[in-house]
Design a protein around this ligand. Structure first.
Ligand SMILES: Cc1ncc(C[n+]2csc(CCOP(=O)(O)OP(=O)(O)O)c2C)c(N)n1
Ligand SMILES: [Mg+2]
Length: 155
């Protein structure tokens, strides 16, 4: 449940891979633990995408990822808060309230668990994520960026 996930749910082609989303149930915090379980169960690298808000629901799983040396890449899109709610409120009322969040430095937090962490930009995030697929064990990629909603998802 993050803006990048709404885009992916609508337009991302997983090609030979599988794709799971919490879009139906709508619960924040699903992506990382679900992808972690898949990585451990299959032995194949998985890729999870969360927002900064949703990632805070499953930070503890960084320890699980480290402990099992799970082949997982976790992309955290950090837009400073509950971005989709910010966008809804601003569109409807011209301003948003209670959407801006105090939050950790996610790269430093991941590194403190002994997990390699990278900070990316919108221009190089594809390369940075792809490079983690050639590594062993968990990796975290943080993308500081404000993404816009894929509007047709919400019509
Ligand atoms: C368990 C749970 N709590 C609250 C919500 C309501 N909710 C839906 S999206 C959202 C904001 C998520 O923020 P973030 O993870 O940072 O993603 P962004 O919208 O910024 O891309 C919230 C609070 C929810 N869907 N599930
Ligand atoms: Mg956010």
């Amino acid at each position: 449940m993050t803006i990048a996930g709404y885009w992916a749910w609508s337009v991302w082609d997983p090609q030979d891979g599988a794709f799971h989303s919490a879009q139906g149930a709508g619960g924040l915090g699903f992506a990382f633990p679900a992808a972690l379980a898949a990585a451990i169960a299959t032995g194949e690298r998985t890729f999870a995408v969360s927002g900064d808000g949703g990632s805070m629901y499953s930070i503890a799983e960084l320890a699980t990822a480290r402990q099992h040396n799970a082949d997982i890449t976790w992309l955290i899109v950090d837009d400073g808060g509950y971005g989709i709610l910010r966008e809804y409120m601003t569109a409807e009322f011209g301003t948003a309230t209670a959407t801006e969040l105090a939050r950790p430095d996610f790269a430093q937090l991941a590194a403190s668990f002994g997990i390699p962490a990278h900070t990316a930009t919108p221009d190089n995030v594809g390369e940075v994520v792809a490079a983690t697929f050639d590594t062993d064990g968990p990796a975290v990629v943080v993308l500081p960026a404000v993404l816009k909603m894929f509007a047709p998802t919400h019509l």
